[in-house]
Design a protein around this ligand. Sequence first.
Ligand code: SF4
Length: 429
Amino acid sequence: MNEYDSNRIYDLTATIGFNKTNIKKEADCFVINTCHIREKATEKVYDEIGRVKKDFKYSKKPIIIVSGCVAQAESDEMIKREPYIDMVIGPQSYHKIGDLILKYERKKEKVNETEFDVVEKFDTLQKIPNSRNKVSSYITIQEGCDKFCHFCVVPYTRGPEYSRPFEQIIDEAKNLIDKGAKEIILLGQNVNAYNYNKKYKLSSLIRSLNNIKNLERIRFTTSHPKDMSDDLIDCYRDCEKLMPVLHLPIQSGSNKILKSMNRKHDREYYMSIIEKLKKINKNIKISSDFIIGYPGETVKDFKDTIEIVEKVGFINSYSFIFSPRPGTPAAEKKLNNLIENEKRLIKLQNILENFQHENNKKYLQKKCEVLIENKLEKQAKYFGRTQHMTPVIFEANNCRIGELANVKITSFNQKNLFGIYTVNNINAA
Ligand code: SF4
């Protein structure tokens, strides 16, 4: 979502005459768009500002703007701690960035803009075309969260759940497709909670996009198990452009820990969704997120997680040791032993890597459908992704960015598949 926001921030600043530069020392304004999910996010912002300060020690100070979730969470504190910062702008206020810069240039007064103006934000963004022209393009359709998992800052930094108007999203998609997008990735903190006017759901959006002629692929992320409704599951049967992979975070396989996390689902419910999905689409694969060493996680709880991992056979998953986020209920809890947590994480990651390895191995010597996203610099090689999102690097003399190519896979490593472009018919792995 930050990538989407960063592009839109650029579109907004372009309206007041700003351009991007790749030469750092040429810049007269820096926007540091931040994410608060990972540990030490705040410190990374100060480190980055330290580097800018050093670069501009003997030249005119640029305008420094911190935007995104760290700006929302830390607000005035940032300006107090680092007077080099001129503005903090929250993720629901960035549509005002152009006016704020102009005002700052006139008055030279520090700005703290961290209101939740999400409706106004998308109304403003609608009027400014999305300049992104990538083969695979993001569209934010939903923001915020009402779930309040005990470890997560999103409900505090992005605010309550909000769904953009249906037509606004379809228009943005058509605009991106006209500019060459072949894949649309619908984004939201709780993307499958999308519900506009109690009439349009995520399934309505997918079905509409599925009918757009020049679009090849549809994906969405990130989903909450509780919002995996049957109408959405049915899209995996009916919509051929919806890619057969779902990122569905479970976080833990232990019902005790899920309850303590306030996840609002248990392992049985999660498994019932996986079963429905696998029944409806035999080709579907699932990826997930895991938090290891959540306060109170015992050996038995961890075993429950391993058991569910082995049952589902997840691919492309993310796993981290629990780290407290200030202001969340979980931050008040007693931490587990770090050495034990590390041992558990290694064990889990070995199992996940093994599934990934076995999954990649299945492609070997087979042809698979790859959407070509770009060409590697100075090489006769291209980059793209399979239907299941696995990166593919392949040799080809001349092919088209945006083409759905047949690639014969000849080798693989943990993360990537490698192959050769072929013109024969698709026989996807
Ligand atoms: S559902 Fe997702 S975004 Fe919402 S609180 Fe839980 S982890 Fe955070």
